[in-house]
Design a protein around this ligand. Structure first.
Ligand SMILES: C[S@@+](CC[C@H](N)C(=O)[O-])C[C@H]1O[C@@H](n2cnc3c(N)ncnc32)[C@H](O)[C@@H]1O
Length: 261
C-alpha cells in the first residue's frame, strides 16, 4: 500500500480495528454534543465520516436519530456492532456520492474529516451533496484544524503534527507499545500525508495511512460558496470561543444553504 493508491475507504480499511483503542480517551467535549443536539431539530441528522461512532453514539444516546455515513465498510461494521439498540443507521457510502433520502436539519463532518476527503473534487462533491441533503433552514457543521506548519494538531490528548516539511513525533505510549506519527507536507498541492505507526511488543508493526487536502478556513468558505452554502458562524472551538484568523488552531464553522434566511 502506498499513498498513491489512497482511496476514500483506505483510512478505515487500515485503521478500523484499532480506532477505538487509539482514541479511547478522546471523548467529545460536552459543548460539541450540546451544539450538535441544539441544531438537530426533530432529526434525523447526517454525520459524514462517522467512523466507529465516537460522536454518533453519544448523540444517539441523547435520543437523536443519526444517519452515520462512512466510505469504509470496516468502520461501518464496527459501528453496526455498537449501535443495535440506538437510533443509528450506519451506511457505507462515499461522501462524493451520498445524498440523504429526505432533507435533514443538520449534516456534520468533524475531526478533520473534510480534509480526509483528500481531493478537491471529492470535497466539492461532498459540499454539493450537503446542499441537496439539507433542509432550506438546515445547517452544515465542519470542524477542521487551521494549517499551522510546525505545530501539533489541536485534536485530543495525543495529537499528531502538521509539519513544516517532514516530521516524526511521539503520539502515545502504552505499557507495551508506542504510537508514532510520521508526517509530510506537500505545500504546493495543499496535501498532508501521514502514517500512524503502532509498534507493539511481540507483534508485527502497523502502519495506518492518512491523506488530507487541507485548506485555510477562508478557502473552505469559497468552496462552500461555490456549492451554494454561506458561512453563518465560525467558532474557535466547541465551547464557542471566538475564532481569531491566523491565531486559532482550529475552527468549528456553521454553514447554511445560500437561499435560506
Ligand atoms: C478522522 S475519522 C473521524 C471518525 C469520527 N467522526 C470521529 O470523530 O471519531 C474520519 C472518517 O472519515 C471516513 N472517510 C474518509 N474518506 C471518506 C470519504 N471519501 N467518504 C466518506 N467517509 C470517508 C473514514 O473512513 C473515517 O472513518
Amino acid at each position: 500500500m502506498t499513498l498513491m493508491t489512497y482511496l476514500g475507504e483506505t483510512y478505515g480499511e487500515k485503521t478500523a480495528d484499532l480506532y477505538d483503542t487509539l482514541y479511547e480517551d478522546f471523548a467529545p467535549p460536552p459543548g460539541q454534543l450540546e451544539l450538535l443536539a441544539s441544531l438537530s431539530g426533530a432529526g434525523p441528522v447526517v454525520e459524514v465520516g462517522a467512523g466507529t461512532g465516537r460522536i454518533a453514539v453519544p448523540l444517539a444516546e441523547k435520543g437523536i436519530s443519526v444517519i452515520a455515513v462512512d466510505a469504509s465498510p470496516e468502520m461501518t461494521a464496527q459501528l453496526e456492532q455498537k449501535s443495535r439498540n440506538l437510533p443509528i443507521v450506519p451506511i457505507t457510502a462515499d461522501a462524493a456520492d451520498y445524498v440523504a433520502p429526505e432533507p435533514v436539519p443538520l449534516l456534520f463532518a468533524v475531526f478533520n474529516t473534510f480534509f480526509l476527503l483528500a481531493q478537491e473534487d471529492i470535497q466539492r462533491a461532498f459540499l454539493r451533496n450537503a446542499v441537496r441533503t439539507l433542509r432550506p433552514d438546515g445547517v452544515m457543521v465542519l470542524e477542521t484544524f487551521a494549517p499551522r506548519p510546525g505545530q501539533r494538531l489541536p485534536d485530543g490528548p495525543h495529537p499528531g503534527v502538521f509539519p513544516v516539511d517532514k516530521d516524526l513525533v511521539l503520539k502515545r505510549q502504552f505499557d507495551d507499545a508506542v504510537l508514532l506519527f510520521s508526517a509530510e507536507r506537500h505545500a504546493a498541492r495543499g496535501e498532508f500525508h501521514y502514517r500512524e505507526v503502532l509498534i507493539r511488543d511481540g507483534q508485527p508493526s502497523r502502519v495506518l495511512p492518512g491523506k488530507m487536502r487541507y485548506w485555510e478556513p477562508e478557502d473552505i468558505d469559497a468552496l462552500a460558496k461555490d456549492a451554494g452554502l454561506t458561512l453563518k458562524e465560525r467558532r474557535a472551538d466547541w465551547d464557542g470561543g471566538p475564532y481569531r484568523p491566523g491565531v486559532s488552531a482550529k475552527h468549528v464553522s456553521l454553514y447554511t444553504p445560500a437561499l435560506s434566511r
